[in-house]
Ligand binder design. Sequence first.
Ligand SMILES: [Zn+2]
Length: 334
Amino acid sequence: MMKLDPSNGVFSISALIALLMIELPVMAAPESQFPDISIPFGAESVGIDNVYYFHGQSGVPDQQNEGYTSNAGFVVTNKGVVVFDALGTPSLGAAMLKEIRKQTHLPVTHIIVSHYHADHVYGLQAFKAMTDAEVIAQKNTSVYISSPDAEERLKQRQNALAPWVNETTRVVLPDLTFKDELFLNSGNYQFKIYNAGPAHAPGDSMMMVEPGGVLFSGDIIQQGRVPFLNSAQVDTANWMKAIEKVKALNPVVLIPGHGKASTNVMEALNFTYGYLNFVREKMKNAVDNWTPFEEAYQSTDWSRYEGLPAFDASNKANAYRVYLDMEQQALGSE
Ligand SMILES: [Zn+2]
């Protein structure tokens, strides 16, 4: 019936086609490599030519925001595209690339990673799959990458952010690391990448874009939510120094790790600085006066931060972490 008889070529070919048509659905067309996102997503201009950013939602990664809770961005030069951070799922990374392609078909040459927390890096996987971009990070990011925290976080996100983070999701390591600073030229632009850590995480980096004076600060600056301090790797004293460095760079536009990009740089900077300063001061006083943590926490007036996203999730643990640091410092100092 289906035999390929050379004396009856027409029949044989149509039989072959019939066979293929039957077989095709079985050989299912390849699924898109990364599950699609359904949230609104797009690159926003920051008012400076060729510089765009993705503005994540506030709050913690969940099914509603699909893990889109941090910022990332890119700069189109006449030689290629330089990306800063890659968002919190491979699907979001793929969506970023789609948006980049609306602006240019030049290759993505570099991705600078502000730090290796989950909400900023899982998108790297999509860039690795679809571009030849080189991933750059500060060398101390290895401290976090190889810590049990990184592994536990991936498991947590495989639950919280399924199907976008799943069993195929992996952490893409940097191709190139630097210690203090790295200057990169691409066409008409210069990218100055600075070590700002350990502050929010080991190996915090920020990137200044010239011309334009746009600073991608990573999580050194966070807007409109209570920053996360409850990690053994957070160094609040160094973090405040990093913010002073941001001030010295005097950017025209600041793109924080979370929250809206701003031309009112001082306001953006003062929020994170003010929070760190407030928590440190209150907890230092408590330690100096031998006040137990619970009592110190309850007697502190948190009203200026209470209404902010992540207050309930983070504030008390933040305060406790800082209290323990202050205690350690008090005991350790001569
Ligand atoms: Zn973050």
